[in-house]
Design a protein around this ligand. Sequence first.
Ligand code: ATP
Ligand code: MG
Length: 389
Amino acid sequence: MQRVILVRYAEIHLKGLNRPFFERLLVDRIKQALEPIRVNVEREQGRIFVYGVEEEQLKDSMERLKRVFGIHSISPACCVDKDWNTIRDAAIAETKELVQNGTPMTFKCFARRADKRFMMTSEQICRELGHELLEAYPNLSVDVHRPELKVTVEIRQQSAFVYTKEILGAGGMPVGSNGKAMLLISGGIDSPVAGYMIAKRGVVLDAVHFYSYPYTSERARDKVVELAKLVSRYAGVINLYLVPFTDIQLTIYDKCPSTETTVLMRRLMMKIAERIAKDTGSLALITGESIGQVASQTIESLCVTDDAVSMPVFRPLIGFDKEEIIEKAQRIGTFETSILPYEDCCTVFVPKHPVTKPKVDKLRESEALVDFEPMIEDAIAKTEKLVIR
Ligand code: ATP
Ligand code: MG
């Protein structure tokens, strides 16, 4: 008997001729996620099998796999020879811990036979195994509609697999199956969630963060690095670009209409992000904006922000309420870090009365009051790159 984790794919089956590419990519992602643990990952007929996980590593391995996009669900299983007595013994052993304490429990058997040469049909397997389990554990009874315990046997080409748990994975597509995009990451709640959602669609993430020493602290920067790290648990390696933004921000503050400072700042962030994106192979920008959340996220403001760049801007949270975003942030594990109190550069320079309906032409004019080009170039030249993993 051998322990194995059985992995089912999410959407990969939709991909027709590209399927082998997606499958190989998913195998690579699984290997990366389990890198600290020595495992053997194999692919067979629409399933992936992870062999070599020791009992004491099982919990950690399962947690890691739950963060791999492209996985529909996982089952810790035992892998045995395709001999009926062996399969039966394995099923009895596998359920032992769950039914041992003697409290009444309902169950149902499931069987899948990928190897049609196996001497019993799926139906026969279920029936036989049902009998055996009833005999082994008197506290069990059958309930085919709402069983508390599901015992599944899969007969495949090489071996048979027995398991009792099916745990949902993260869904989505393997990272790397859909190009690369640049996440504008602040220290807030929204942008890490936005990055997560785009990575879930198979997109590799890079990230850019704008900071304003000494108006923002070292700790605010550490917080962003930490957030990027948390996102990278799902998205894989992230190149994080840290852009000094103080000069630009002070200049906007000094030279441009005070009601427009936030929107102008957002335009300049987008422009710089776009340049770095173009230089590093990202095809789109990602932000954590959602319609109406703050003055700089009215439809008018979003249009003015978009006008600053030609690259597509992905805003996966556009229709989400703050509460829904918080719920997601909690689920993916970024929330606690996001709410640490360190200020970010947007909050430091917020105008008292920001325009809520900025006009593109007007904002272009205000931006043209200053020649930002040398400052943009300087900021990019002083940008620091961290590789987050
Ligand atoms: P978040 O919770 O992500 O900080 P927010 O609700 O605070 O979002 P804003 O501060 O208006 O909203 O920022 C909107 C979006 O702009 C953010 O989601 C992020 O994508 C980007 N952004 C804001 N500040 C920065 C920054 N300092 N560096 C990089 N991107 C930023
Ligand atoms: Mg913010």
